[in-house]
Design a protein around this ligand. Structure first.
Ligand code: HEM
Length: 421
């Protein structure tokens, strides 16, 4: 059990009101609703206690400190062995604890190294040109054709999920018989175990996904060990046959659901604010600013959880070793100290340091790849689907930790019957 040593965190906030706020936060689904809860949390104080003994951190500078300061560690295997007996019976949690996201040095350093070299800036520049651009064009054009044919189509199922899967498959050399739609669905199901207090049905589904994914990765790696193909899979299989399965698990679970969420949020912005698409057609460079504002407005990963390895100061409070905090990246991105008029969606706001890809030791290794896909997607979408609108409201997964649009039907009256180019 975690106890605070300081006086009450916020004199204005008793335990019942804090619990009520936390409940509201966990139930919020729509970004506008979340924004209201973020405001209420920030008003209650920079650190809001949860009924389970953790603290919610809402300010941008405080969240940045939690991500950057090495005193804050992951809730990895060591922490779980001490605080969550029985956790090893969940294959999805065990799998995620084998990724650098849930590791601290020295394990983190060793697992991150091969990923670092696979996703090095030069390799990513080449991938952007040779892999991402052609794949985005193919997926968007196919989607535009489906919209013309059927009147509307679901951009999440047709582009947002399969595209980042195909990009990572191309990067690693994953053979075509590994079904891309299956891989995307299982990766998304697996990471949902990370949602705060995920219900047993979600954990069971995540566990089944982890077992199926690791089994598939093992078979592909064994095949590459027998018959090397000069790709990344063959290299990883030869260098570290056991660790390679977790490198694949890391890439697809960290890279697909997040990028899919970003692409869906870009599609939603373009179809609900049509002037944005027009601006991209006039000035393709504008797609970069739009992507940044989408990442600020509703970052795909909204929460990063850490635990203090030693007593430390945060937001003017001394916190004890063992204190768990949830850094609310989504709330940090609505901090008025850094973002004036924070709830206005404004791609023209001056660039600021976003926390959407984290910062410090765990800074996202796929940030360049994800941004490149989003920018190319925004340009392709604006070109191929003039006048596109949402055909129904987006369906979102519940839970405050991850932004995830599960379905977004689009129609485009202006593109009906006309070629996309
Ligand atoms: C919009 C898309 C993405 C978002 C919003 C995102 C967000 C993040 C965040 C916030 C972290 C840090 C988490 C923490 O500090 O605990 C992270 C880490 C990571 N991301 Fe991403 N990510 C995205 C796409 C990708 C892609 C495409 C890949 C792979 C190609 C990737 C690979 C990783 C890896 C390997 C880490 C772990 C780094 C470490 O722990 O050292 N991400 N990501």
């Amino acid at each position: 059990m975690i106890h605070l040593t300081s006086p009450p965190l916020s004199p204005a906030l008793d335990a019942r009101s804090a619990a009520g706020l936390v409940r509201r936060w966990r139930k919020a689904v729509e970004p506008d609703e979340l924004a209201r809860v973020y405001d209420a949390l920030a008003k209650a104080g920079p650190l809001v206690p949860t009924p389970w003994g953790a603290l919610l951190v809402t300010g941008h500078e405080d969240c940045r400190q939690v991500l950057a300061d090495r005193v804050w560690r992951t809730l990895g295997a060591r922490w779980r062995d001490a605080h969550r007996p029985g956790w090893r019976s969940s294959p999805s949690t065990v799998g995620l604890c084998e990724t650098p996201l849930q590791q601290d040095p020295p394990e983190h350093t060793a697992r991150r190294r091969p990923l670092n070299s696979a996703l090095a800036p030069r390799a990513m520049r080449e991938a952007a040109e040779n892999l991402v651009e052609p794949l985005v064009a193919a997926y968007v054009d196919r989607f535009a054709a489906a919209v013309r044919r059927g009147g509307s189509a679901d951009v999440v199922a047709e582009v947002c999920r399969p595209l980042p899967t195909a990009v990572l498959a191309g990067l690693t050399g994953l053979p075509p018989e590994v079904d891309r739609a299956w891989l995307a669905a299982e990766s998304a199901a697996m990471v949902r175990v990370e949602e705060l207090a995920a219900p047993p049905s979600v954990v069971r589904r995540a566990d089944a996904a982890a077992v199926a994914l690791l089994d598939r990765y093992d078979r592909v790696l064994a095949e590459r060990l027998r018959r090397p193909a000069g790709d990344l899979l063959s290299r990883w299989a030869a260098e570290d046959p056991h660790g390679a399965r977790y490198l694949l698990l890391t890439l697809f679970s960290a890279g697909v659901p997040t990028t899919a969420a970003l692409l869906a949020a870009v599609a939603l912005a373009l179809t609900t604010r049509p002037l944005l698409a027009e601006r991209i057609r006039q000035d393709p460079g504008f797609a970069e600013r739009l992507t940044d504002e989408v990442l600020r407005w509703d970052p795909p990963g909204r929460v990063v959880t850490r635990v203090a390895a030693a007593g430390t100061e945060l937001a003017g409070r001394i916190l004890p070793a063992g204190q768990v905090v949830h850094a609310l990246i989504g709330a940090a991105h609505r901090d008025p100290l850094l973002f004036p008029d924070p709830h206005a969606f404004d791609p023209d706001r001056p660039p600021q340091r976003l926390l959407a890809f984290g910062t410090g030791l765990h800074y996202c290794l796929g940030s360049h790849l994800a941004r490149t896909q989003a920018v190319a997607f925004a340009r392709g979408f604006a070109r191929a689907l003039p006048g596109a609108r949402t055909a129904a409201p987006p369906e979102r997964h519940a839970g405050p930790s991850m932004a995830d649009i599960a379905r977004l039907p689009i129609h485009s009256p202006l593109s009906q019957g006309s070629p996309s180019q």
